[in-house]
Design a protein around this ligand. Structure first.
Ligand SMILES: [Zn+2]
Ligand SMILES: [Zn+2]
Length: 223
């Protein structure tokens, strides 16, 4: 059986993505993906209506050959209120919680990476360009996956993120962070992102394969 890639980080027109959720999901089907998670940007101001709209879009794909999963990317929430945002997202029905990490590309509040990796309810710390060894240790302890980004603006720090995560044995995962259907990574492209970050074969296999399967199982979905 060939491995079918799953995506855990993507955006739709609900925030800064280019297409409506169902269009993103349809394109993921056309690319042969096993699952796609819609993770639009949420702050403390919009969690409820964003998650509600995502759930409605994902429901529309119920009979398709893909698992469509509603999620969030918690974005620019002050670190001392991050736990509150995670709780509210879960209560609203978000099944995957991504946190928009401290990245070279944007002025994310200092302390965001740390707040994310200390909360075991967070699934993925996205593009954490300024990741420290201590944060990577906490990510491993709390089972928070560390993202290697397929997005050009965040990719520049992938090598750093990979080196620090490898030393701490934190689990890495390759995500597209797609804002349009064309940006959804194929499996070959995901492998290339992992290799480009400097990972050896074993960790490439983890970041572009086993990590996806682990997250699907967490959700009770067959990989
Ligand atoms: Zn982000
Ligand atoms: Zn994103």
């Amino acid at each position: 059986m060939t491995f079918r890639r799953s995506e855990f980080h993507s955006h739709t027109i609900l925030t800064d993505g280019e297409v409506v959720g169902i269009e993103m999901i349809r394109n993921a089907v056309a690319r042969g993906l096993r699952a796609i998670t819609v993770t639009d940007h949420v702050s403390l101001g919009n969690i409820d209506w964003i998650v509600e709209a995502e759930i409605a879009e994902c429901e529309l794909a119920r009979d398709w050959e893909i698992a469509a999963i509603p999620g969030v990317e918690i974005t620019h929430v002050p670190p001392d209120r991050l736990d509150e945002a995670v709780r509210r997202a879960r209560r609203a029905g978000a099944r995957i919680v991504v946190v928009h990490g401290e990245t070279l590309a944007e002025p994310v509040l200092a302390g965001t990476n740390r707040a994310a990796v200390t909360n075991p309810e967070v699934d993925i710390l996205a593009h954490p360009g300024y990741l420290t060894p201590e944060e990577a240790d906490l990510a491993r302890e709390n089972d928070v996956f560390v993202e290697l980004s397929g997005r050009r603006t965040h990719m520049v720090a992938n090598g750093h993120v990979a080196r620090i995560s490898e030393r701490s044995r934190a689990t890495m995962i390759v995500d597209s962070d797609a804002h349009s259907p064309e940006e959804l990574l194929t499996q070959a492209e995901a492998v290339a992102v992992a290799r480009g970050a400097g990972l050896g074969p074993e960790l490439v296999d983890q970041a572009a394969g086993r990590a996806q399967a682990t997250l699907l199982k967490r959700l009770g979905i067959d990989p």
